[in-house]
Unconditional design. Structure first.
Lengths: 127, 259
């Protein structure tokens, strides 16, 4: 009898809020960052093994796809850092009012893109 | 691992279409989740054209209108119609709330009405809340006082009483728990916002002597810490309470107190 009862729709129908969007993005960027850090470690390990590896990595990172990956990782880091600050404040028991969570959520989203641009410009010696 | 998609027997099909018979010019389409336990069929979405010129302001009024004037087979829970009993909790326009306090003017476009998310459906808009009630029972929601004199009052200062504000008003409608993705995926172990708000209500009650035991009981990776501050609960609560903050306070107590 129990199995006959259908399960009511959940994620298929529930509207996204800023807070839920930031929360799931926090998880996704966290996973991306772990993979990225692992790759960065492997790459730096390769560098020790000689110049040929350096040129190979250099070639990859200067390709359009490579640049896309680097910018993506920079955004993912920016998002994670800002979102983690938001989480730390929440762990202290502040910022749970609906309006506040919306504002801090938007700050994290827009801030992550601003930070990405800023880091890109710093890397280009823009300042 | 979380199962994102619905099981085969729960996939929703297109249902019947009830055309307006009043000839009204002010029509809204209302899509309602239907499931009849007496058939072997999957759930379906029935669409009703409702005359809004002769319909009061809340979503529950639409449902009553459908049941009284269009399709008497529709089943849903309702009782007080004033946001006090919590019976008519459901998902409207993609958000949980009480049908009796939710104005349909706040929903854009067609009005989608589903039962509370991720519950076993008993019929149409009626979800099975047995699991939630068992979890509520597990936190022992009653006063535990060890004082030997049963006949005298237990005094509480105004300050201590104020600590219960925002927790005691909960009507256990389950809007928050069934809005929580963590509760969807781990509802068998994670207590969920509604029950944790009540756990908090008894933990902070100055008249209760079992504070430490209560804290110890919820201090569990799955029971409590599955809250990832998604905050769907707080935005869904029809009484304007803040279960997410209560859960954060419990976590804070556990982090700072020697339990």
């Amino acid at each position: 009898m129990e199995d006959k009862k259908p399960l009511s729709p959940h994620i298929q129908i529930y509207r996204w809020h800023i807070s839920s969007l930031v929360s799931i993005s926090h998880r996704i960027t966290g996973i991306i960052n772990i993979i990225a850090i692992t790759f960065i470690c492997v790459w730096s390990g390769w560098l020790i093994l000689g110049e040929a590896n350096y040129t190979l990595i250099n070639f990859f990172l200067n390709s359009i796809f490579g640049k896309f990956v680097v910018l993506g990782v920079v955004w993912s880091f920016s998002f994670q850092v800002l979102s983690e600050i938001r989480h730390l404040i929440m762990d202290m028991g502040y910022g749970f009012e609906l309006q506040t969570t919306r504002i801090t959520g938007l700050l994290v989203i827009f801030g992550s893109f601003l930070l990405t641009v800023a880091i890109y410009l710093i890397g280009r010696n823009f300042f | 691992m979380a199962q994102i998609s619905l099981p085969k027997n729960s996939e929703v099909n297109k249902g019947k279409y009830f055309k307006d018979k009043t000839g009204s010019k002010n029509i809204r389409k209302v899509n309602v989740y239907r499931w009849d336990p007496s058939t072997e069929e999957n759930p379906r979405i029935d669409t009703y054209e409702v005359d809004m010129d002769n319909c009061p302001s809340k979503v529950l009024d639409i449902l009553n209108k459908i049941k009284n004037e269009i399709d008497p087979t529709l089943a849903y829970r309702r009782s007080c119609a004033h946001g006090v009993c919590g019976s008519c909790a459901m998902n409207m326009g993609g958000k949980n709330g009480l049908a009796c306090t939710k104005p349909h003017a706040e929903i854009d476009g067609d009005i989608d009405i589903y039962p509370l998310p991720h519950l076993r459906v008993k019929r149409d808009l009626i979800g099975d809340l047995d699991g939630l009630y068992k979890q509520y029972q597990s936190i022992e929601p009653w006063l535990k006082n060890n004082s030997s004199k049963d006949t005298t009052e237990i005094f509480q200062s105004k300050e201590d009483r104020a600590k219960l504000d925002g927790a005691y008003e909960c009507i256990m409608c389950a809007c928050c728990s069934t809005s929580c993705p963590s509760y969807w995926w781990n509802g068998d172990k994670y207590l969920g916002p509604a029950v944790l708000l009540q756990a908090y209500r008894w933990i902070v009650d100055s008249r209760d002597d079992e504070r430490k035991a209560r804290l110890k009981k919820v201090a569990d990776e799955l029971k409590l810490y599955r809250c990832h501050t998604i905050l769907n609960c707080t935005s869904a609560c029809p009484k304007g309470l803040n279960p997410a903050k209560a859960i954060a306070e419990i976590k804070k107590m556990l982090a700072t107190a020697n339990v």
